[in-house]
Design a protein around this ligand. Structure first.
Ligand code: HEM
Length: 444
C-alpha cells in the first residue's frame, strides 16, 4: 500500500471531525455520540483536519486512551521536560494558541496548573498538595458540605413549592459544588459570586452565553477573554496566599500557600494561584454538570429513582453510572514526544492527540449496552476521571459532594419531571447541560 493511501485512510470524514473538534458540535449530544460511535467502529485512531486547528489524532477507544495516558514519557501534556509550556493540553484553535504565544513569549502555559505540567514538575506539584484531597483527609469537611447541601435543597423546595418549573442548572445545581469547594478552600461567602462568574467564563469561553460583555467570539478575543479571566483570578488569590502564609488556618488555602517543594522551599505564588484556580475551576462545572445530568437521568428513569430513594446505599453506583454517561470532561490533549504505533497508526513525534473520555465510556468492548443507564454495572471502569498520572486528584471531592447531596435530597424527593430537553454548553472541553427545565415534588 502506498504512503498516500495510508494517509488518506486515516483522515476522518469532515462532518465527523467537525462535530467533535468544534465547540458548537458538542451542543448536539445525539450527533456527538453518533460521531464517537462511528469513529470507534471505523477509525478508532484517526486524524481530524479541521480548518483553523492543528491536525490532531482523535482517540476514541477505552483501551487506547488508557495506553496513551499511561505513557507520559511518550505522550506529554505540556510539551515534555525539555520543552515545557510548548503544548496546550486544552484544545484551542490555532489563532487562540498563537495569541497566547504572543502574550507569553512563546509559551502556551496560561496557568501553572497540573494539566499543563509533565514529570518531574508535575509529580512534585501534585504530591505537595493533593494528598489533602484523599478520602481520609476529606472527613473534616463533611459536615460543612452537608450543611451547604441542605441549604441548596431548602431553596429548591421553596422554589418548587407551587409546582413551578425551574431551571435546574441556574436555580439549583450550579452553585452548590462551588460553594462546597470554596468553603473547603476557606474563601469568604461574599466572594462566591465572583468565583462563580470566573469559572463560567473560564470554561465557557466558546459559548456565547458566557462571554464577557462587549467581547465577540473571534479566536483572538476568546483567548483574550481567557487571559482576562486568569488575571482576575490571580489578583484575587494573591491576597489569599499572603494571608495564609502569615496566619495559617485549617483549610485548603493554607495547605496550598504553605506547601513546600522537594527542596523544602515554598512554591512560587504563581504555582499557588495555579492550585487555587484548579480547585475553583476543575471542581465546579464538572460536579454541577454531573449533578444536573444525574437528576435528568432519574427523571427519565423513575424506576431507578424509586430504587435509590428506597435504598440510598445504591447512591455510589448511581453516581458512577451517571459519571460514565455524562463524562463532563471531554478531553485533555497529549503530544507525542517520539514516534509511536497506536492501533496500527504511526503517531509521529510532535503529533497531537485528543483522548475522548466520553467516547471511551461508551465503548461496547468494555460496557455492555453502553448507551443504557444501568446502575447495576459492576465493575464500572469508566474514564470520567481520566487515567494515569493526571487522573483527577479531586475525584473523591466530586464524589463526596454528589453523595452528600443525593443522600440528603433523595429521601425528601417524591418525583422529578423533565419539562424540556434543555440546552448543552457549546464546548469541546468541560461542560454538560447549561439549562434544563424541570419540576420537583417533595414529600410533605
Ligand atoms: C465530577 C467531578 C469531576 C470530574 C468528572 C473530573 C474529571 C477530571 C478529568 C477527566 C481530569 C483529567 C485526567 C486526565 O488527564 O487523565 C481531571 C483532572 C483534574 N481534576 Fe478533576 N474532575 C472532577 C472533579 C474535580 C474536583 C472536585 C477537583 C478539585 C477539588 C478536581 C481537580 C482536578 C485537577 C487539579 C486535575 C488536573 C490533574 C492533573 O493534571 O494531574 N476535579 N478531572
Amino acid at each position: 500500500m502506498s504512503q498516500a493511501q495510508t494517509r488518506e485512510e486515516t483522515i476522518i470524514p469532515d462532518h465527523i471531525a467537525r462535530q467533535i473538534v468544534l465547540p458548537a458540535g458538542h451542543a448536539d449530544l445525539d450527533a456527538l455520540h453518533e460521531a464517537y460511535r462511528w469513529l470507534r467502529e471505523n477509525m478508532p485512531v484517526g486524524k481530524a483536519v479541521v480548518e483553523g486547528y492543528d491536525p490532531l489524532w482523535l482517540v476514541t477507544k477505552h483501551a487506547d486512551i488508557q495506553e496513551v495516558e499511561s505513557k507520559p514519557e511518550v505522550f506529554c501534556a505540556g510539551g515534555g521536560p525539555d520543552k515545557p509550556g510548548t503544548h496546550n493540553p486544552i484544545l484551542t484553535n490555532k489563532a487562540g494558541d498563537d495569541f497566547t504565544r504572543e502574550m507569553l513569549d512563546g509559551s502556551v502555559r496560561v496557568l501553572e496548573a497540573l494539566p499543563f505540567l509533565d514529570p518531574p514538575e508535575h509529580t512534585e506539584a501534585r504530591q505537595a498538595v493533593f494528598p489533602s484531597l484523599k478520602p481520609v483527609s476529606l472527613k473534616q469537611y463533611e459536615e460543612q458540605i452537608r450543611e451547604l447541601a441542605r441549604q441548596s435543597i431548602a431553596h429548591l423546595e421553596k422554589i418548587s413549592a407551587s409546582g413551578q418549573t425551574i431551571d435546574v442548572v441556574d436555580d439549583f445545581a450550579m452553585e452548590y459544588p462551588l460553594r462546597a469547594l470554596m468553603s473547603m478552600v476557606g474563601i469568604p461567602q461574599d466572594d462566591y459570586p465572583r468565583m462563580l462568574r470566573l469559572t463560567q467564563e473560564f470554561f465557557g469561553a466558546a459559548d456565547p452565553e458566557h462571554q464577557r460583555e462587549g467581547i465577540e467570539a473571534t479566536p483572538e478575543q476568546m483567548a483574550q477573554q481567557f487571559s482576562a479571566t486568569v488575571q482576575d483570578y490571580y489578583q484575587y488569590f494573591d491576597t489569599i496566599v499572603e494571608d495564609r502564609r502569615k496566619c495559617p488556618m485549617n483549610d485548603l488555602a493554607s495547605v496550598v500557600a504553605n506547601a513546600k517543594t522537594e527542596n523544602g522551599e515554598l512554591f512560587s505564588k504563581t504555582a499557588c494561584y495555579g492550585r487555587y484556580i484548579e480547585f475553583a475551576t476543575a471542581g465546579h462545572d464538572t460536579t454541577s454538570a454531573t449533578l444536573t445530568g444525574t437528576l435528568k437521568l432519574l427523571a427519565q428513569h423513575p424506576d431507578v429513582l424509586d430504587r435509590v430513594k428506597a435504598d440510598t446505599s445504591l447512591v455510589p453506583r448511581l453516581i458512577n453510572e451517571s459519571l460514565r454517561l455524562i463524562s463532563p470532561v471531554k478531553h485533555f490533549m497529549r503530544q507525542a514526544l517520539s514516534d509511536y504505533e497506536l492501533r496500527g497508526q504511526t503517531i509521529k513525534a510532535g503529533d497531537r492527540l485528543m483522548p475522548l473520555f466520553q467516547s471511551a465510556n461508551r465503548d461496547a468492548e468494555v460496557f455492555d449496552k453502553p448507551d443504557e443507564f444501568n446502575i447495576d454495572r459492576r465493575p464500572n471502569p469508566h474514564l470520567a476521571f481520566g487515567y494515569g498520572q493526571h487522573i483527577c486528584p479531586g475525584q473523591f471531592v466530586g464524589k463526596l459532594e454528589l453523595k452528600i447531596m443525593l443522600d440528603e435530597l433523595l429521601p425528601r424527593l417524591e418525583s422529578v419531571e423533565s419539562a424540556g430537553s434543555g440546552e448543552v454548553v457549546h464546548t469541546n472541553f468541560v461542560g454538560g447541560l447549561k439549562h434544563w427545565p424541570a419540576r420537583f415534588r417533595f414529600a410533605a
